[in-house]
Design a protein around this ligand. Structure first.
Ligand code: ZN
Length: 319
């Protein structure tokens, strides 16, 4: 019977990758100043966060929010043991990312042909060919690769995605030296059974893949999917400060699961992340104040379960 909790003291560490500075900010129309992006990452490094999706070396014309990728990287105070990953779409992006000294390059391909065309303006095979072209550049600089599968648990245009597509994409990633595989729930369509069958199919075919799960809370079950991932033995998750991010196909819906809520859950379940949760919540409140609107994260508003409330001034309420 799989357990939600650590199997042993050696099994306690969960790697949390903060994606807010890329995935969260990329859905913002207003340009976020470079110093704010780098400053938040620096605060999070001080809070113990060890892994980031820091920026994206896409074409600045295509994604103006990420036009400052090299500058963001230059302003981050690097620390041993902290991994800064950047998205890379092609050879040109790979050269820029290598010059900016990223620790890992991540490639995205959607498991749905329609989503791949809509998002990247390429077929799945075309996107994989681009990856095969830039992977040697990463190898040349000794930079590890991550392969991400977008819409891995469902596509808003096609419904269920084909497991064969997922296996083909993962197989191509591995063939070109990307052992780190992220399964992205781009539009929040994951449920525990869908995640279980996808993770199990990948493990059966490619046991060498190191799987990371990237959930969205679009339908309110992001952390339930994490619990299921923990029971499957997955020890890497991606999330965004304050739950920042959106879903381009569901206006108004929340995006990424929230980092503080995730870390709270993990610590309560006996996992270690190396992250100071209070400091993390402080950064999330800063992000919320900067954005000037309420963000979906809950822990930064409520605090831990044993934070006691003074009885004075409490209104009587039932229910
Ligand atoms: Zn996301």
């Amino acid at each position: 019977m799989p357990s939600f909790y650590p199997a042993s003291s050696e099994d306690r560490f969960v790697l949390v990758t903060e994606v807010g500075a890329r995935d969260g900010f990329q859905s913002e129309a207003k340009f976020i100043p470079t110093e704010v992006k780098a400053g938040l990452i620096n605060s999070l490094i001080a809070a113990g966060v060890r892994s980031f999706e820091a920026t994206s070396f896409v074409s600045p014309r295509a994604v103006p929010q990420m036009a400052d990728a090299s500058e963001v990287m230059a302003l981050i105070e690097r620390k041993p043991g902290v991994r800064l990953t950047a998205l890379v779409p092609n050879a040109r992006g790979a050269e820029r990312a290598a010059a900016a000294k990223v620790d890992m390059m991540a490639c995205f391909v959607s498991a749905s042909e329609t989503h791949c065309q809509a998002n990247l303006n390429k077929s799945i095979d075309g996107a994989l060919a681009d990856f095969a072209e830039f992977a040697p550049i990463a190898h040349k600089y000794g930079i590890p690769l991550r392969g991400a599968v977008a819409t891995a648990f469902g596509c808003p245009f096609e419904g269920e995605v084909s497991l064969d597509n997922i296996l083909k994409i993962v197989g191509t990633y591995l063939q070109h030296g990307a052992r780190h595989i992220t399964l992205g729930d781009t539009t929040g369509m994951a449920t525990p059974p869908v995640v279980t069958r996808t993770v199990e199919a990948i493990r059966a075919r490619y046991p060498e893949a190191i799987i990371s799960l990237h959930f969205h809370n679009t339908r309110g079950i992001g952390l339930a999917n994490v619990m299921n991932g923990l029971a499957l033995g997955v020890r890497e998750y991606e999330s965004s400060f304050g739950g920042l991010g959106g879903c381009p196909f569901a206006p108004g819906a929340t995006g990424n699961i929230c980092t503080e809520d995730l870390v709270y859950l993990l610590h309560e379940c006996g996992y270690e992340t190396g992250i100071d949760l209070d400091a993390l919540a402080g950064v999330a409140r800063e992000v919320q104040a900067f954005m000037g609107r309420d963000l979906p994260g809950q822990f930064m508003k409520s605090g831990p379960r044993l934070k006691l409330t003074s009885l004075e001034g409490v209104r009587r309420a039932v229910g």
